[in-house]
Design a protein around this ligand. Sequence first.
Ligand SMILES: Cc1cc2nc3c(=O)[nH]c(=O)nc-3n(C[C@H](O)[C@H](O)[C@H](O)COP(=O)(O)OP(=O)(O)OC[C@H]3O[C@@H](n4cnc5c(N)ncnc54)[C@H](O)[C@@H]3O)c2cc1C
Length: 396
Amino acid sequence: MDFLKFDAAKCTLCGKCIDKCPFGALSIEAKGIAVGDACRMCGMCVRSCPEGAIRFEQRANTVDKSKWSDFLVYVEQERGDIHPVAFELIGEARKMARKVGYKVNCVLVGGEGTAENAKKLLPYGVDTVYVYEHPGFEGFRADCCADAVADCIAATKPSSVLIGATALGRSLAPRLSTRFHTGLTADCTTLDIEPSTDMVQIRPAFGGNIMAQIAIRRSRPQFATVRYRVMDRAERVQNPTGSVVKCTVTDDMARSRIRILSSEVIEKQKTIDEEDILVVAGRGVRSEKDVAMCRRLAEALGGQLAFTRPMVENGYGDQMHQIGLSGRTVRPRLIITCGVSGAIQFTSCMKDAECIVAINSDPEAQIFKTAHYCIVDDLYQVVPRLTALVQNRKED
Ligand SMILES: Cc1cc2nc3c(=O)[nH]c(=O)nc-3n(C[C@H](O)[C@H](O)[C@H](O)COP(=O)(O)OP(=O)(O)OC[C@H]3O[C@@H](n4cnc5c(N)ncnc54)[C@H](O)[C@@H]3O)c2cc1C
């Protein structure tokens, strides 16, 4: 770990940092304090040193970029299966890899069955899948999972690491980027790559007022997290040639400070970004009673009701159900917007839906530029009729 700096002139070799280190990563060597691989950058030593002789090096190191190549996708497992965001990350990595002649590799960390899951990735054009399988990796323990992925990164030196912006990915990615002293761009909505192999990472910033383009120019690897259902899923390839490599798991890697006492699966309702069918109530929907009318259509279709921002601000819905730059990005099979004008902050986060039906009484409404089917009419006429039609079809 060359990010921890010891000032030999100040250090009295009192050993307080060694006592405080929860990972047993520090030792006294001939040249002073030495830091071993077990260091997890927790900062306890920095805080415990009475002489102020230890500090983190704040400046990112400039690396020789030519020594870092290819993409590494972290493949999350959920309840024994591969999380679907992994296939989207692979798809995006393959698009970029083609532009700069890189390979796309994956890493999986988990308990029994992980190597079997790894094989499921090969038909999607992955080159090498690195597997860290050990009973100690059962369940998600951020500390030892980070150790295993860090081991893979140190061994393979990828130029970019892509991680799903799931609850688990959001815990893992910053741990890794801190270890490698490099940049992480969270929640990217678009990724691209320059010939220099710097990734162009685009994400909304300042409450959605700007789309920030972020590049990590000097350090490697470049870490990015990407939300589920934002990117296209990878296509299968005709003749897969990739392979699965089982990696050695050391005791240090599989040792966690987190003990899982019990676990239970909480059945959660689908979030709107996981939903296949959405009906959206915009400001053209005027009251609570009218919102219920739109909800009936959503329920008849077997989907969920979502809202534009003003509707959430007016208390008709919660933020979890808001579509847009300051809400969620959705990509359902069908979306029906009711009384939505089509502002860019809304459409940019739903425009990739497979089928967009817009109901608006204003023929000039912006939403019609995004919609596949445009209904220029009063939503109070259309929505109840549509609901009745769907219900009747179901009964037939
Ligand atoms: C930084 C920033 C972030 C933002 N983030 C978001 C975001 O995440 N999500 C979001 O939605 N917005 C967001 N906005 C706001 C956005 O710019 C729009 O103001 C908002 O999307 C408009 O919502 P709306 O379409 O429901 O309302 P309006 O723009 O008021 O549109 C109402 C529409 O209903 C139609 N209508 C009225 N009556 C009827 C009827 N009887 N039948 C049919 N049609 C009817 C009207 O013709 C009109 O087009 C953001 C803005 C900023 C500045």
